[in-house]
Design a binder for this molecule. Structure first.
Ligand SMILES: Nc1nc2c(ncn2[C@@H]2O[C@H](COP(=O)(O)OP(=O)(O)OP(=O)(O)O)[C@@H](O)[C@H]2O)c(=O)[nH]1
Ligand SMILES: [Mg+2]
Length: 232
């Protein structure tokens, strides 16, 4: 699986729960754990902003710079993460950013519980297109979908065309969390997915007296802890 090069390839078959016996009679086989709940996350943004690389970095901790081959249609990868000791499976849909695939990817918006909307900090056009992406999201996605705005390729600050504060102020205008990331160095990649996983898990199992999870506060606290720039 190479980001920026060959497409992700056919999704790996999930390794289902072992589905073995479940506590039949004495001396029964141990209870098998319930399969982790599946949370649907989708990567969106112009072609070339780094969606496939972002997914590869999260999935395998790898970044293979090479010639850029655009994703065709849509693909997905699964990754199980633990949120407060609870395992959740993130099913992450990597969409093609090219216009010609838009009708294909629109069909998947409805299933997404969270959307990571990327632009490339070295491409003013990819940032200017964010408003159009948000309009498409409001048209095709669920009303309560979680959206996070990400300014990717933050490692290439020498070619920066979009100021961090411009990303932050656009995010504030739409009331969505924001971070700058790098699929190359891994900066904020895992944090983006873990913040989304927490938000979705919290929504799924909100206990009556449990305080509401605040994704903005969580990101800020994690970034302070890691000493990384905090723009949310
Ligand atoms: N320096 C740097 N390069 C990156 C980063 N992310 C992606 N790239 C490069 O940008 C190019 C495009 O990356 P992809 O991940 O394939 O882009 P994409 O958004 O999936 O593009 P589509 O599949 O066409 O939608 C590749 O050449 C990558 O090597 C990053 O964070 N930093
Ligand atoms: Mg791609």
């Amino acid at each position: 699986m190479r980001c920026g090069a060959a497409p992700l390839g056919p999704p790996q078959k999930d390794v289902p729960g072992d589905g073995g016996t479940r506590g039949r009679g004495s001396g029964a086989a141990p209870l098998t754990p319930l399969p982790a709940p599946v949370l649907q996350v989708m990567l969106l943004g112009d072609s070339g902003v780094g969606k496939t690389c972002f997914l590869l970095q999260f999935k395998d901790g790898a970044f293979l710079s090479g010639t850029f081959i655009a994703t065709v249609g849509i693909d997905f990868r699964n990754k199980v993460v633990a949120v407060d000791g609870v395992k959740v499976k993130l099913q992450i849909w990597d969409t093609a950013g090219q216009e010609r695939f838009r009708s294909v990817t629109h069909a998947y918006y409805r299933d997404a519980q969270a959307l990571l909307l990327l632009y490339d900090i070295t491409s003013k056009m990819s940032f200017d297109n964010i408003r159009a992406w948000l309009t498409e999201i409001h048209e095709y996605a669920q009303k309560d979908v979680v959206i996070m705005l990400l300014g990717n390729k933050a490692d290439v600050s020498s070619e920066r065309m979009v100021r961090t504060e411009d990303g932050a102020s656009l995010a504030r205008e739409y009331g969505v969390p924001f971070m700058e990331t790098s699929a190359k160095t891994g900066m904020n990649v895992e944090l983006a997915f873990l913040a989304i996983a927490r938000e979705l898990k919290q929504r799924a199992v909100q206990l009556p007296d449990e305080p509401r999870f605040q994704i903005h506060d969580y990101i800020e606290a994690q970034q302070k802890r890691s000493g990384c720039c905090a723009f949310i």
